[in-house]
Structures are given as C-alpha cells and as structure tokens.
Design a protein around this ligand. Structure first.
Ligand code: C6P
Length: 418
C-alpha cells in the first residue's frame, strides 16, 4: 500500500490497528454501486460494531421484557441490564450519580426536555438565553419556541471567518437578564471545538447555568461533566456507535430535582389519584412511558466498545485523519474548506465556486463514497457565510488514510467532469 503522506501513515499505525477494528463493522464490507463503501458521513450517524448488534440480538432473543414493572424473572433481568447501561453512561461522562443520567430519544429530545421543564419554570418575560451562531437547529428552535411563549429574547454569539466564536462578544452578551447559555461543544458543520470550559467559567461567575450540546463530542473527545462543570449535557447514542432512538440528558442532581416533569405517564409517577399525582424520584421522574430498553442496553454496549479502544486513542486517530485530509484536499483545484478553527474535530465541510454541493454528493455516491450535502441542520451557519450548502466529509474511529485518498481522487474527477 502506498500513501501520499508516509509520516501520517506511521503516526496512525502506532495508535491502533484500524484494519483490525474495521473487521468489527460488517457494513463496511458492503459494496455500493459495485465499489467498496467509503463511509464518510459519521457526523450524521455512525456504523455499529458487531458487539452492539450482538447485544441487541441477545436482548430480544433472551431478555425482552418491560422494566421497573414486573415481578417476573425476565422483567428483573431486563431492568438490571437497563440500569447497568445507565451506570455505564454515568462512568463514561464521569457524572456523580446515576440519578443525573436520563434516557431520552436523542440530543433533540434532551434539549427539548430542558426547554420545556427548566425553561418553562425559570424563564420569564424580558429574560435572555444565549446560544451561538453555529448551533444545530435542535439547539435553536426549542429556545425560540420558549422565548416566543415567554416573551424572552434569544441572543446569538457571533462567529468569525474561521468558524470560531468571538469570545469577547460572548462576554458582552452576558447580563443580569441572562438565564441560560446553551452552546454546541463541537460543531457538526464546521468541526469547531468550542472553548466550553471558559464559557462555563464565565457563565458561572454570573450564576448562569450552561447546557452543552455534545452530540458531536462524546464520540470524538473525552468528556468529563464534573471537570467541565456543565449543568446539562445532551447527546445521542447513534453518533457513538450505538443504536438510533436513544440519547442522554445529563443534569446536575440539584437542578434536575428542582425541575418539574417533562412528560406525564407511566413510570414517572409515585402515586396517582384523580385529585393529584406525586412524582417518582430521579432519574425516573423524566422517563415517562416504556423506554427504548434495547436502545439503552445497546448504548451501554457501544460505550464498552469505545472504551475498549480508548476515546483518547480515537481522538488521536481522528486528529491524524483530519490533518491528512486537510492537507490532501488542498490538491483539489477550486476547493475551499469552510471552518478552519484552531481546535477542530474530524469534520470537513467544503465548497466549490461553480459546483453545487448536491452535484458533488451525487457524483461521490457513484464512487461509493457517502458524504452529507446540504445545510446540515445549521441554516444560520450557511447564512453567516452566505452560501446555500456545503459538502461534508466526517470521520469516525474506523476510517483510514486510504479512504481520504479515495475521496480526494474522486473530487479530482469531479473537477474534470464539471
Ligand atoms: N446532526 C448531522 O448530520 P439527533 O437528531 O437528536 O440525534 O441529534 C441532533 C443534533 C444536535 N446537535 C448536533 C451538534 C448535531 O450534530 C445533531 C445531529 C446530524 O450533522 C443530523 S442533522
């Protein structure tokens, strides 16, 4: 095998054997349009290792039952596995207690939970919520809905041409009207890793709680909620090599205790009469109805899988891929990378002056390469840079330098065709 940049190859080889790891992912072997799949759409969702698929299969073939309800054997087994998954999540992000780990359907639901529960209780007319210009729609729309309802204001941290938030402008937005700051940890469109620790410190000096949208962080970086001291953190299982339909809301216990329930229904109650209802303790107060039991157990398995490789090693592997891809993409005439922050995760958005991203995406698809094209659910970023869309290659723990070469070669062909 020959690569265009041998030092990068050596660096990658020393971290872990990516070719061995790829064996764990059956889907990576499939052919797409007679070409071997080159999956570079990991920011949208990641592929699942056999270990997670086996866990799901085992759950449905030998454990399937409803949880927290039955006295029968299977219900006990399923409940134990579900609660064990919660402890795995707690340890993975270093929360203090499993009471702080709430299972949701994903990042979107986690943020909506906070907006409905914390937001409805604490945000009043004239109050302000701060978000940034690089938020996913999931971290814009729930706050917009809340602000409209409460006659509160949404304040936006501007970003510079490199895709970094302008910190001085952020500090100027903080006032005694600010009641919450909700920011993305790693941008799904630009790859920017935001200075969340500094944001939290500045917020806490003013007694303002902070929510981190960690949808694109937990899979790329070590995340320690106690070190960060964030008040809420939201992420999705499917971006962490786990199943879809399962996600996490972390919240500090005292804050969650003070919040009213989000949804009403089974499991979240302690006692119900027609006159009144008392609510279950944390975390069950926020888990109304039958949870995605298999999804939670599958997420626990995905966390085991990621931990078995080591999130630090994954970060180094992906960092080397990012460096290599950034260098090699410079060879493609007319290609401009959107998002050149100093601290970046392995996401590369790019544009051409004369070729629409959808045409790029379609062409790459014919080469067996999966990238995402469009606004990536971050339309305000597109407005900031005055572009309709980008093409986005996003890397995961199983991607290789060869796949970067496949992408670059295909893009060079695109230029010839258009
Ligand atoms: N971004 C992407 O292609 P859900 O859909 O709830 O699992 O995650 C929403 C979400 C929230 N925040 C960020 C930073 C995200 O990247 C996403 C999901 C995918 O970029 C699908 S739009």
């Amino acid at each position: 095998m020959t690569f265009k940049q041998e030092p990068a190859v050596q660096e990658l080889k020393s971290i872990y054997d990516v070719y061995r790891i790829r064996e764990d992912f059956p889907i990576l072997k499939i052919k797409v349009r007679k070409k071997t799949l080159c999956y570079l759409d990991n920011a949208a969702t990641t592929q699942k290792p056999q270990q997670v698929l086996d866990t799901l299969n085992k759950y449905y073939t030998s454990m399937n039952s409803n949880i927290h309800r039955g006295v029968h054997y299977l219900s006990g087994v399923a409940t134990d596995a579900f609660e064990e998954a919660r402890i795995k999540v707690k340890n993975f992000i270093n929360a203090k207690s499993e009471k702080e780990i709430i299972f949701t359907r994903g990042t979107t639901e986690s943020i909506n939970l906070v907006a409905h529960s914390f937001g409805r209780k604490n945000i009043k007319e004239g109050d302000e919520i701060i978000i940034s210009n690089m938020e996913h729609h999931s971290n814009i729309v729930p706050w917009q809905l809340l602000c409209n309802e409460k006659k509160a204001k949404l304040k936006i941290i501007p970003i510079d041409d490199n895709g970094e938030i302008i910190f001085d402008d952020f500090l100027k937005l903080i006032s005694n009207k600010t009641k919450l700051i909700s920011v993305v940890y790693v941008s799904n469109s630009l790859g920017t890793i935001n200075p969340v620790k500094q944001i939290i410190e500045a917020a806490h000096k003013n007694n303002i709680p902070v929510l981190l949208d960690a949808a694109q962080s937990v899979n790329h970086l070590p995340v320690d909620v106690q070190k960060l001291d964030c008040d809420f953190l939201a992420f999705s299982g499917h971006k962490l090599y786990g199943p879809t339909g399962i996600g996490i809301l972390y919240g500090k216990e005292n804050i969650l205790e003070s919040m009213p329930p989000f949804m009403g229904g089974g499991d979240m109650i302690s006692k119900v009469t027609f006159e009144e209802t008392t609510f279950n303790e944390l975390p069950f107060k926020f888990e109304a109805g039958t949870s995605n039991i298999a999804g939670a157990i599958g997420l626990g398995s995905a966390i085991d899988y990621v931990a078995s490789i080591g999130i630090d090693k994954i970060a180094v592997h992906e960092g080397a891929l990012l460096d290599y891809a950034t260098q090699r993409l410079k060879e493609v005439p007319g290609l401009a990378i959107l998002g050149n922050a100093k601290h970046k995760s392995a996401v590369i958005s790019f544009i051409f002056d004369n070729i629409h991203p959808h045409d790029i995406g379609t062409f790459l698809d014919y080469e067996g390469i999966a990238v995402r094209t469009g606004h990536h659910c971050t339309q305000p970023i597109m407005q900031r840079y005055n572009i309709p869309a980008t093409s986005r290659a996003s890397f995961g723990l199983y991607n290789t330098l060869e796949e970067v070469d496949v992408l670059v070669d295909a893009l060079k062909k695109v230029i010839e065709v258009f």
